[in-house]
Ligand binder design. Structure first.
Ligand SMILES: [Zn+2]
Length: 372
């Protein structure tokens, strides 16, 4: 919005600074103040009420002239016979409207200026938090959630976000942005929308991939599933019935455990029940848990970013455990899921046939914003 305002202003200034039309013509410029009405400007140039009626009934676009706002600008240009030649209406928030009169009829033209002028941008500069600052910038809650859902795959909002970091959203007339770009001190993450054949809109990097990962089924090479997810089972050590809200993969002590998808180490601890345990956060919604480990991977600590298939620890039998196995849990928004049954999200890609157009658009947006 702001950008298109600047462009229309720029265009307006170009016109102002252009040499005044040929001698003998009359070029009147007006700026709208509170309480102004278009007819006042019109009559001040000596034009008739009859012509004004003709103008107003010529096209529904003429109604824009009845809805003018302080700051809007007009030029009314008359020919050397003192007859109307052109009206240029430059609203503050829109591109200029050109109305030309040939002595008989009116023709209308809305100058598109440049194709990029149809895009508008919202910039959110982080001062407190994304939620707070985006709301302040007029971004609605659903879009903020979408931003967090997407960017969380690559950044930890509680640790990585700094004062002064920016999020830029580009708009092309839809409810959700055409692009979402994070500009931080150390990195930039740019995501561009693409709609698949089913008209589902998702966000992709300029390489055409979504930020979310596809999950591997098992985080370790295992011999068998020794205990499946169940709501209620007899616990062999505690001698009581309790639910088993995970999947046990039987494997020898020391078997390496690899992250099934990229994420962040949320928690690493030694607990009486779980023994050595790791919690990984993947995006906003997913947490995976690895328990009874014999050892953690070297350098593993809370907050560390983990790549898919990165070593995180080794199978063991620490805590309340009857033998070497990996107790593995998947939680979605805090709810335990059955790893053997749950359908996890997959990374998606822009089809290669659509890539040239997709990348052209991405480049244009980045150029517009002077990044990339
Ligand atoms: Zn278990």
């Amino acid at each position: 919005m702001f950008k298109s305002f600047l462009l229309s202003l720029l265009l307006f200034c170009v016109f102002l600074s252009a040499p005044s039309a040929a001698s003998g013509t009359h070029d009147y410029s007006f700026k709208v103040s509170r309480g102004d009405a278009f007819y006042k400007f019109f009559f001040s140039t000596g034009l008739s009420g009859k012509l004004l009626s003709k103008l107003m009934s010529s096209d529904e676009r003429a109604q824009k002239l009845n809805n003018i706002y302080p700051g809007d600008k007009f030029r009314i240009i008359l020919n050397d016979s003192h007859e109307l030649a052109q009206i240029i209406y430059s609203p503050v928030n829109d591109s200029p409207l050109f109305i030309t009169y040939d002595g008989r009829s009116f023709s209308y033209l809305k100058k598109g200026i440049q194709p990029t002028a149809e895009l508008s941008y919202t910039t959110v500069t982080i001062n407190k938090s994304l939620n707070y600052d985006a709301k302040k910038a007029g971004v609605d809650a659903a879009v903020i959630k979408m931003m967090v859902d997407n960017f969380s795959w690559e950044m930890d909002f509680s640790r990585d976000l700094r004062k002064g970091d920016k999020f830029v959203l580009s708009w092309d007339g839809e409810k959700t942005p055409g692009a979402m770009i994070y500009i931080g001190n150390r990195k930039t993450i740019a995501l561009f929308s693409y709609k698949n054949a089913l008209d589902q809109k998702k966000y992709f990097t300029s390489k055409g991939a979504t930020l979310n990962d596809s999950f591997a089924f098992a985080p370790a090479k295992y011999n068998r599933i020794s205990s499946s997810f169940t709501k209620r089972r007899f616990h062999p050590t505690l001698k009581i019935y309790r639910s088993h809200r995970g999947t046990d993969f039987a494997a020898p002590t020391g078997t390496p455990i690899y992250a099934p998808a990229k994420g962040v180490v949320k928690y690493k601890a030694t607990l009486s029940g779980y023994g050595n345990v790791i919690y990984l956060q993947h995006g906003t919604d997913y947490v995976t848990v690895y328990a009874h480990l014999s050892k953690f991977a070297k350098g593993l600590k809370s907050g560390k970013k983990i790549k898919k298939s990165e070593l995180i620890g080794y199978v063991g039998t620490t805590g309340q455990s009857t033998g070497p196995h990996l107790h593995y849990e998947i939680r979605i928004n805090g709810v335990h899921q059955d790893a053997e049954k749950i359908k996890l999200p997959k990374q998606s890609f822009v089809p290669s046939s659509a890539m040239p157009k997709f990348q052209k658009r991405a480049r244009k947006i980045l150029q517009d914003l002077d990044i990339g």
